[in-house]
Ligand binder design. Structure first.
Ligand SMILES: [Zn+2]
Length: 406
């Protein structure tokens, strides 16, 4: 669908926009006007905006946005989320978590780095690009924004991706704006993520008197042996772009208040973060094989929930463009990494090569989440440089050259 003709160039101040977004307390799954704020701005820039509300029985309605500028050519997508994790006790914060206060060049607020700052930076970059190329778009720019990343992620990016597929909407490359940098802006690009699966194990036995164990069958002893079988050896030695997979026992629950009773049941939960040596299927098969051997015929149930497969976007077009853009702005050469938790990149990588790059993650999900305002400005420059490099157009260098150009 053709986007509307842009009005005279609209400049976007990424710091002001970050503050406006932080002031919408969009704790998952609430939206509080965050998507409308962004959609209104993108419409003024000439983006065609689709507000997508998804719901499912037993889940909360979630507001998402797909916005596109340009009618043809290659489609450069930025993906992100406007929802944030709860702030915890606001009294523990230096400034109210939804006030967006500036203190000594730092902007405080829930979502500052994860990831309203990055969304604002991309909107500012897109505004500059549109101002420079509005009369002759070299391709398309799109934003895929969800309000359901920090929660169950059922009515968010996953459904937007299905919606895009159903419409035949093509994305050629995607940058997800998660806070990827460990210390300094430009130090890390994520080119993949480990997979994650959770196992809920219930081991059955026979209740009895601890003085008469031959008349009982102790599931606690068996669950210890079974968990040992899962944790006593490394899962693998890592792969070209991944650290070794890990499996951690999160809890063991028996809840038996009596010291002279052998309980009838023992439960445990474990979580595995696995690399591209495995798929969830091969890993579950490995887990079951080990558990069967250790259970030695004892009865158990295992429930598995897979929250994401591992994936890798091999170094290529998207990471090259990002690396060059980052070097141009920060003079740093980013490391390619696959560390950290899952992100919505796991859904988007089905559509196109996907890499993640955003702000510095040191304070994400913490009390006093904050961002250096200089980082927001620099990130806007990096995203703008990535657009220029991707579409092969001449760079109009600094942020000072904003919307007035052309
Ligand atoms: Zn995030």
């Amino acid at each position: 669908m053709p986007s509307r003709a842009p009005e005279p160039a609209v400049a976007v101040d990424p710091v002001a926009l970050t503050r406006d977004l932080i002031r919408r307390p969009s704790v998952t799954p609430r939206d509080e006007g965050a998507i409308d704020l962004l959609a209104g701005l993108l419409e003024r820039l000439g983006f065609a905006c689709h507000k997508l509300v998804f719901s499912e029985p037993g889940t909360d309605d979630v507001v998402n946005l797909y916005a596109r500028w340009g009618a043809g050519g290659r489609n450069f997508c930025f993906a992100g989320h406007t929802d944030v994790v709860p702030p915890g006790n606001p009294q523990s914060w230096t400034a109210d978590p939804f006030e967006a206060r500036l203190i000594d060049g730092q902007l405080y607020g829930r979502g500052a780095v994860d990831m309203k700052g990055a969304i604002a930076a991309f909107a500012a970059a897109a505004a500059r690009f549109v101002a420079e190329h509005g009369d002759d778009p070299p391709g398309s720019i799109s934003l895929l924004i969800t309000g359901d990343e920090e929660g169950v992620s059922i009515n968010g990016t996953k459904k937007v991706v299905e919606w895009l597929e159903a419409r035949g909407e093509r994305l050629d490359v995607c940058i997800v704006g998660e806070p990827t940098n460990a210390r300094d802006l430009g130090d890390m690009v994520k080119i993949g993520r480990r997979g994650s699966l959770t196992g809920r194990l219930t081991v059955h036995g026979t209740q009895g008197h601890t003085a008469y164990p031959h008349l009982a069958d102790n599931p606690v002893h068996r669950i210890v042996a079974m968990l040992h079988a899962l944790t006593s050896e490394p899962l693998d030695g890592g792969s070209a772009h991944f650290q070794p997979s890990t499996l951690q026992v999160s809890t063991i629950d028996v809840g038996n208040p009596a010291s002279n009773v052998i309980p009838a049941e023992a439960k445990a939960v474990f979580n595995a973060r696995f690399n591209d040596v495995w798929t969830s299927e091969t890993l579950v098969a490995w887990i079951r094989e080990r558990l069967d051997a250790a259970a030695a015929g004892g009865r158990y149930d295992l429930e598995i929930a897979v929250s994401g497969e591992s994936f890798l976007t091999p170094p290529g077009a998207v990471s090259t463009v990002l690396t060059q853009a980052i070097e141009r702005v920060t003079s740093r050469r980013p490391e390619f990494s696959t560390t950290g938790g899952t992100s919505d990149a796991r859904f988007i990588r089905r559509l196109c090569p996907t890499a993640e790059f955003g702000l510095v993650g040191l304070t994400m999900h913490k009390v006093d989440e904050r961002v250096d305002v200089a980082d927001i400005v620099a990130l806007a420059d990096i995203y703008k440089a990535a657009l220029d490099l991707y579409f092969g157009v001449a760079a109009s260098t600094s942020s000072a050259a904003t919307a007035a150009a052309d």
